[in-house]
Unconditional design. Structure first.
Length: 83
């Protein structure tokens, strides 16, 4: 008996007749509907992507040039300094 069998044997007491007294965790998990979770994850992704694109489009020409020159320069400099 491994961890999987032990996890499947975890149960909750809900009261009632002895034959229906215990509900297995796997019964609860199998009854859950995960379709809403997929839609929520897609919504979070789209909103986050939108904020990133909006932030990138708001950058000035000077800021984008400073960010683009980072891999080409030998010195360490902060692109937010504006120098």
């Amino acid at each position: 008996r491994g961890l999987r069998a032990t996890a499947a044997a975890v149960c909750c007491d809900v009261g009632g007749p002895p034959e229906k007294k215990k509900i297995m965790v796997r019964d609860i998990v199998s009854a859950l509907d995960y379709s809403d979770c997929a839609e929520a994850a897609l919504l979070i992704f789209v909103v986050t992507f939108g904020f990133i694109v909006y932030g990138a489009l708001r950058l000035s020409r000077q800021a984008t040039d400073r960010f683009a020159s980072i891999p080409l320069s030998d010195e360490v400099k902060d692109p937010f300094d504006g120098k």
